[in-house]
Design a protein around this ligand. Structure first.
Ligand SMILES: O=P(O)(O)OC[C@H]1O[C@H](OP(=O)(O)OP(=O)(O)O)[C@H](O)[C@@H]1O
Ligand SMILES: [Mg+2]
Length: 165
């Protein structure tokens, strides 16, 4: 997805908390997870909320960068999953991967390859990447850009009529 996205889907902190909790509820049917892996940076916030709700105390990170502002570049893995976490997964530990959203699915594909048996969950999903995710809460169209609360500020907006008063 690029800057040509036509629709915008701004998400408030309240809504994000609610949607992340809904994700946690949906995951409760899957039994206990031994660890959560957050895909930094966007996955850090939902991973913290899900870990709190599901009482998962082992929280790991993998850092993947795919976008500069709204422009997709090549995928860069900036920090790999730690050795002990890979060991846990190899020994049959139940691992949950959390990200804020899946768009093209490229990030999800790279992280799934690192942890093939893990459950992959996101709060939001776009159609192109949906098949890469095991559990998500809300789907938005491919031409929508989701604006997360940590990227937003309260600002003046012109009236719909276009006037200034
Ligand atoms: O499905 P994809 O097309 O790969 O896009 C989804 C990924 O893009 C965003 O991360 P980004 O690379 O912008 O880094 P960030 O999490 O640090 O914001 C988002 O947080 C997902 O991780
Ligand atoms: Mg990300």
């Amino acid at each position: 997805m690029s800057i040509s996205s036509q629709k915008s889907f701004p998400v408030t902190w309240d809504q994000f908390h609610r949607d992340s909790r809904a994700l946690a509820w949906r995951l409760t049917g899957l039994g206990n997870f031994d660890a959560v892996v957050a895909i930094a940076r966007g996955g850090l916030v939902p991973a913290a909320i899900v870990a709190r709700e599901l009482n998962i105390r082992t929280v790991e990170t993998v850092a993947v960068k795919s976008y500069d502002h709204q422009n997709q570049g090549g995928i860069k893995v900036l920090k790999e999953v730690s050795g002990p976490l890979l060991e846990l997964a190899r020994n049959g530990g139940k691992v949950l991967i959390v990200d804020d959203l899946v768009d093209t699915g490229n990030t999800a594909r790279v992280v799934r390859d690192m942890l093939p048996g893990a459950h992959f969950a996101t709060v939001y999903a776009k159609p192109k990447g949906r098949e890469m995710v095991d559990t998500f809460i809300t789907e938005v169209s491919q031409d929508t850009w989701i604006f997360f609360p940590w990227d937003l500020d309260v600002a003046y907006v012109a009236p719909i009529s276009g006037g200034t008063d």
